[in-house]
Design a protein around this ligand. Structure first.
Ligand code: AMP
Ligand code: MG
Length: 182
């Protein structure tokens, strides 16, 4: 079994000023692969070119630091998703997707359905956030930043960049490796 710690970034708008709700669409897939020996044995990072709202909002650029040029030069979701799945299968056909909360699974589902792609590959998934909240019940349901702090880990890289978020989540994943329920 291999564990794919994945974090997505998506198009977004400032919720305080947003008048009409627009659908979020993936703009980055960041992931690390952890083996049974608790080692990070690979990383995946790719930007994705969105189709519904191809122009990033200033809010989105500022939140994620992902630029318009980076998404303009990226491939569309079907190719990136296929590359991601090929990368996963290169380790093992038996895997669990692990993310901080259920957002990432839902966003993957949304974008797969948008592009008429299968969703069964998302089935094996755990929310590290919800399980962490039970394991460390005094801390409870918190954002990744708070959890890192509580565990004495540095938030390395840029928060809200998929690859950096995935690397940071993997620290918590590895620390409590024996505790996760699948
Ligand atoms: P995260 O993994 O926390 O970086 O968030 C994933 C995605 O959720 C971001 O790329 C945004 O699309 C959305 N998001 C996160 N935080 C906010 C926020 N404060 N306002 C609007 N959208 C957000
Ligand atoms: Mg993120």
């Amino acid at each position: 079994m291999h564990y794919i710690i994945v974090d997505l970034e998506a198009t977004c708008w400032d919720r305080a000023t947003q008048t009409e709700r627009k659908p979020n669409e993936i703009i980055e897939i960041g992931a690390v692969c952890v083996n049974e020996q608790k080692e990070i044995i690979g990383e995946f990072m790719a930007f994705v070119k969105p189709i519904l709202n191809p122009t990033l909002s200033d809010f989105c650029v500022s939140l994620t630091t992902i630029t318009q040029e980076q998404v303009d030069n990226a491939e569309y979701f079907p190719l990136v998703c296929s590359n991601f799945q090929t990368w996963i299968e290169g380790f093992d056909s038996a895997y669990f997707l692990c993310s901080w909360g259920n957002y990432d699974k839902g966003q993957f589902r949304h974008d797969c359905l948008l592009h008429n792609l299968p969703i069964e590959w998302l089935e094996n998934h755990i929310s590290v956030k919800h399980q962490y909240g039970k394991i460390r019940s005094k801390i409870g349901l918190v954002g990744m930043g708070k959890a890192l702090k509580a565990e004495g880990f540095e938030l390395e890289g840029t928060h809200h960049r998929g690859i950096d978020d995935a690397r940071n989540i993997s620290k918590i994943f590895i620390k409590y490796f024996e505790k996760w329920k699948y």
